[in-house]
Design a binder for this molecule. Structure first.
Ligand code: GDP
Ligand code: MG
Length: 594
């Protein structure tokens, strides 16, 4: 135990965490060079393509340092704000953290939020100034920022480059010397923290854990404290490049457990594994993940509902943060109302359904959870506009508010404040981190950042601003439900809950957008926006003049068939509502209102 080091790497996205992890794996010969692919820890296709780490993974390295053999467990954490709960559990499994800061960028919002999580868990922080190979690196300036932030000495900061392989040995030395060995009692009742789980179609769910107390042996009867379920530890082991089974694992170590679990809901990140016959207390900090954003997911072909359900179940096996329940929409039929951690998470789920399960789905306008009070103290949770009670019976509505922390170059402060105020934000605080770097804190409605806030922020700051946020609670707001009607028929999937001050503008722009997006059909389509009975905007899509087949009148039959075939393909993501065909883009039109 005295030579075990458990650590994670925290960094703002793109500051070089994955690249640096690769170098550590190489340097400790955990992977041979020929096995090395860039960013080895990001082993999901999607992660590689997007260059981001979606799920946390762990890997064990052996390192010989000053005559001693060390076991270094690296726990990789996702950097995106959507996955902060996973980050927090990974951090809780460690004694130390490498804090990576890109020396050409400086401290960003997620550097700080992850750092606070690490400090909150009493982790030893090793600051690493990364990418010092870059010609425009600003080591002095960024070092000042780091010193200001964590109060370390200048000499504590390691200068490194994951890309050029600089400073790797220094980092490994610091891990051995500065990070404390795990504490705990190997003879005490078992307490192991689940910090991740991965679905394997052959072996069921692999649970990743960190033992805080006690010893786990192969074959032991174990219990997951928060779910109350019991299992047999069929296989336990450590995570190298591949899994290496062990007979026994003890306090301080990190490993995997396989026990024939098929259902992801049984494995909750943050839960504690203990022995059935000698149980311990649960480890603190367990939370059921709370989805922040909700949207409907529907099969394009109504007949594929069961298949979609099966796919969602499988997806949930390795994404415990995805929650869903069946939902029916008058416009879209049978589907699912899903809860996501954020917009990126939503995109990922949709993409995975398509790639890994070959499903073609329609997603509806994302929404946050509103609380509608039908009396002063009777509350209904509204995860979809359709769940909003009749306005006549609503006393008031509350919406989730966040504290948003934005860090930017000083020159963009004006436009950022304007943007946030336009999003109903209130500036609470503004601090200069250095002469050129400003940290701003806003309180704003979550609903306003669900849409295109992040993109806008990036655009107006030319990529220099970073954002992090946390939920601070629910506040009363003047919200209304805005309905869209096509030829007089309400399309429930296009309804949205918006602030009254913005409803007119929203309705008008949405109608205009829909006019662009709805393909012309054989008849005229009236697009209307309404609040209750009141029509607030209207647009018209003119009828189509010719039908496609008319063009090949007299042409040969195979050409006609091809055309029909083509039309059918084009239809893939279309939905018939009444007599109007609606393409997928229309269901997400509100995301692109400008
Ligand atoms: P992560 O998002 O923190 O995991 O960052 P990555 O490791 O994926 O790196 C982000 C980008 O920075 C990639 O294009 C890397 O090639 C590049 N990068 C990473 N480390 C270095 C470095 O030390 N020097 C330079 N010049 N580029 C780097
Ligand atoms: Mg990465």
């Amino acid at each position: 135990m005295k030579n075990i080091r458990n650590f994670c790497i925290i960094a703002h996205i793109d500051h070089g965490k994955s690249t640096l992890a690769d170098r550590l794996l190489e340097f400790t010969s955990t992977v041979a060079e020929r096995e090395m692919q860039n960013q080895l820890l990001d082993n999901m296709d999607l992660e590689r393509e997007r260059g981001i780490t979606i799920k946390s993974h762990a890997i064990q390295m052996n390192y010989h340092y000053k005559g001693e053999d060390y076991v270094l467990n690296l726990i990789d954490t996702p950097g995106h704000v959507d996955f902060s709960y996973e980050v927090s559990r990974s951090i809780a499994a460690c004694e130390g953290a490498l804090l990576i800061v890109d020396s050409s960028q400086g401290i960003e919002a997620q550097t700080i939020s992850n750092l606070y999580l690490a400090i909150g868990n009493d982790l030893e922080i090793i600051p690493v100034l990364n990418k010092i190979d870059l010609p425009h690196a600003m080591p002095e300036e960024v070092s000042d920022q780091i010193i200001e932030l964590i109060g370390c000495d200048r000499e504590d900061i390691i200068h490194a480059s994951g890309k050029a392989g600089i400073g790797i040995e220094d980092i490994l030395a610091a891990i051995c010397e500065r990070i404390p060995a795990p504490k705990g009692d190997p003879t005490a009742p078992l307490q192991a923290l689940i910090f991740d789980s991965v679905f394997n179609s052959y072996r069921g769910i692999e649970v990743y854990f960190r033992i805080f107390n006690g010893t786990l042996k192969k074959g032991d009867k174990v219990k997951f404290i928060n779910t109350g379920k019991t299992y047999e530890a069929d296989e336990i082991g450590v995570l190298k490049l591949n899994q290496e089974p062990r007979q026994e694992m003890s306090t301080g170590n990190v490993g995997y457990l396989i026990s024939g679990i098929k259902n992801a809901k049984e494995v909750k990140v943050g839960d504690t594994i203990t022995h059935v016959d000698r149980p311990a207390q649960g480890i603190q900090g367990f939370e059921d993940v709370k989805p922040m954003v909700f949207a409907g997911i529907y099969p394009v072909e109504t007949s594929e509902y069961e298949e979609l359900r099966a796919s969602m179940e499988k997806l949930q096996l390795n994404d415990a943060s995805l929650v869903w329940e069946p939902e029916t929409s008058a416009a879209l039929g049978f589907g699912f109302r899903c809860g996501f951690l954020g917009m990126l998470h939503m995109e990922i789920v949709q993409e995975r359904l398509e790639r890994e399960f070959d499903m073609t789905v329609i997603t509806t306008v994302p929404s946050v959870q509103f609380h509608a009070y039908t009396t002063k103290d009777k509350m209904v949770k509204v995860n979809a506009p359709s769940e909003m009670p009749d306005p006549n019976y609503i006393d008031h509505i509350e919406e989730p508010f966040i504290k948003a922390q934005i860090i930017s170059k000083a020159e963009f402060v004006g436009p950022i404040i304007t943007l946030c105020m336009d999003k109903r934000g209130i500036l609470k605080n503004q601090t200069y981190l250095t002469s050129d770097r400003v940290e701003m804190t806003f309180e704003m409605p979550l609903a306003e950042i669900v849409f295109d806030f992040f993109d806008k922020l990036k655009t107006i700051s030319r990529g220099y601003a970073s954002l992090d946020y946390e939920l601070i609670g629910f506040r009363q707001s003047n919200m209304v439900k805005l309905d869209i009607m096509l030829n007089g028929e309400k399309v429930d999937a296009l309804s949205a809950i918006v602030h009254r001050d913005k409803a007119y503008d929203w309705g008008k722009r949405l109608c205009e957008k829909l006019r662009e997006l709805l393909p012309r059909q054989m008849f005229e389509i009236a697009i209307q926006a309404a609040i209750g009975q009141k029509i607030i905007a209207r647009e018209t899509v003119k009828a189509m003049r010719k039908n496609v087949l008319a063009k090949c009148y007299g042409g040969d039959i195979s050409r006609k068939r091809k055309l029909l075939e083509k039309q059918k393909k084009g239809k893939k993501r279309m939905r018939q509502v009444g007599n109007v065909e609606i393409p997928q883009e229309a269901f997400l039109a509100v995301l692109k209102l400008d």
